[in-house]
Each structure stands twice: as structure tokens, then as C-alpha cells.
Design a binder for this molecule. Structure first.
Ligand code: FPP
Length: 234
């Protein structure tokens, strides 16, 4: 694998936790627990393979609709993993949280903000975690910020450019999104990085997220390397 063609930024939709648990007759939260363990390992695998940044879809703006028990289970997993995230922060990993994290339980919001601020100078790897995130919500938020600038007389409407929007996305500090991986057999974006994915490659895999291994990541990267990206050119 040549490093120059390895994707710089991969987005991963961690899907299939519920089905993984159901297949084993276990409550859905067991699947999320297993999924969170794979999330942690994937950061290391991606780094070993020369990827610079991975953004994980952990909780969408729509996931609040799930039963309270499941939502609480995911929040508790986050609390548990915050400790691991802190350890990872010492390994030169920068954490960026995408989405409105102020709507999460206050103790989690506080910890995540602190982790984000304290890892800002880490350059070894970027781990993005989308929490209470929605792609449409992200675009609306950027549009509102620019509209406010226009109202305040700081820009004219022609100043609302792709570049100006890009700078207001949660991904502004990340390399461009090259590849989106969705395990579990579903083939849709589900409101994940919809602005950023305009020219990304997609790899859909039949494995459920808790069963995802380094081999699957390598396979997805190999497939990406074999693709011919033209960005609208010839
Ligand atoms: C999708 O599978 C998964 C989620 C909505 C939650 C993902 C959350 C984690 C992996 C834990 C997050 C924790 C950390 C530390 C980032 P699904 O439940 O929709 O699966 P199904 O389609 O099989 O029901």
C-alpha cells in the first residue's frame, strides 16, 4: 500500500450494533459496548495504516428517538470511554467532536469540551467523534452564521461561498473527506457528513460493526486505492 494514496480522512458509520446483539440474544446495549471497543481499536489500526484522520458517527440528532434505556446506555459508554480518550490524548491524538455536544448530559459536555481543548495541539492523528450530529443541521448552522455576518454588514451575499461554508463546518481543521465506510449492509449516508462527502468514495461492507477488524479496514482502503477519482474532471 503506497502511503501517498492512502485516504487522509475516513468517515465511519458504526452500524449494526443492535443486530449483532440480537443475533446473540443479548440486549442492544451489549452491541454498543462491543462497538465502542472496536471504535477504540480502529483509531490505532487507522494510524498504523497511515491514515491521518477518522471521523466516527457515534450518535445522530435522530438517535434521541430511541428508548431511554438505550440512549442512557450509550451515554454511560461515553462516560466510560472518556477515560480511554484521555489516555489516547497522551498519544498525540487530537479529538474533535462534531455536533451540538451542549445538548448531551452536562458532565459529558464538560469532559468532551475539556478533551477537545486540551488536545488541540496534538498532530499525530485526528479522531473525530460525531455526537448529537446531523449533516443537515451542520449546513443550516453554517448558513445561519454567514447570514448573521451579512446582517451585521461583515460580508455581502456573494461572500457566501463554498470556501466560507467549509470553514464553518465541524471538519474545518481536518483533511478533506476521502472515504466513507459503512458496515452492516445498509447503503445510505443517514445524514452523516453530507456536505463533506460530495466527492468522497463509498465502501459498503456486509460485516456488522462489532465484528469489524483491521482486515476490513485494509480491505476498504485497498478498494479506495483502486478507485479512479476524477472530481468531475476526465
Ligand atoms: C448504530 O447501530 C450504532 C449507534 C446508533 C450507536 C453507536 C455507538 C457506539 C458504537 C458507542 C459510542 C461510544 C463511543 C465511545 C464513541 P444500530 O444500533 O443502529 O444497529 P442496528 O442497525 O443493528 O440496530
Amino acid at each position: 500500500m503506497s502511503n501517498s494514496t492512502v485516504p487522509q480522512h475516513i468517515g465511519i458509520i458504526m452500524d449494526g450494533n443492535g443486530r449483532w446483539a440480537k443475533k446473540r440474544g443479548l440486549p442492544r446495549n451489549f452491541g454498543h459496548k462491543q462497538g465502542a471497543a472496536v471504535f477504540k481499536k480502529t483509531i490505532n489500526w487507522a494510524r498504523e495504516l497511515g491514515v491521518k484522520c477518522v471521523t466516527f458517527y457515534a450518535f445522530s440528532t435522530e438517535n434521541w428517538k430511541r428508548p431511554a434505556e438505550e440512549v442512557n446506555g450509550i451515554m454511560n459508554l461515553l462516560r466510560q470511554y472518556i477515560k480511554d480518550i484521555r489516555a489516547a490524548a497522551r498519544e498525540d491524538i487530537r479529538f474533535i467532536f462534531l455536533g451540538d455536544i451542549t445538548a448531551l448530559p452536562p458532565d459529558i459536555t464538560e469532559e468532551l469540551m475539556d478533551i477537545q481543548n486540551s488536545t488541540v495541539d496534538n498532530t499525530g492523528f485526528i479522531a473525530g467523534v460525531a455526537l448529537n450530529y446531523g449533516g443537515r443541521d451542520e449546513i443550516v448552522r453554517a448558513a445561519r452564521l454567514l447570514a448573521q455576518k451579512a446582517v451585521d454588514g461583515e460580508i455581502i451575499p456573494a461572500g457566501i461561498t463554498e470556501d466560507a461554508m467549509d470553514k464553518l463546518m465541524y471538519t474545518a481543521q481536518m483533511p478533506p473527506l476521502d472515504l466513507v465506510i459503512r458496515p452492516s449492509g445498509e447503503q445510505r449516508l443517514s445524514n452523516f457528513l453530507i456536505w463533506q462527502a460530495a466527492y468522497a468514495e463509498f465502501v459498503f461492507m456486509d460485516v456488522l460493526w462489532p465484528d469489524f477488524t483491521k482486515k476490513h479496514l485494509e480491505q476498504a482502503i485497498d478498494e479506495y486505492i483502486g478507485r479512479d477519482r476524477r472530481f468531475g474532471g476526465v
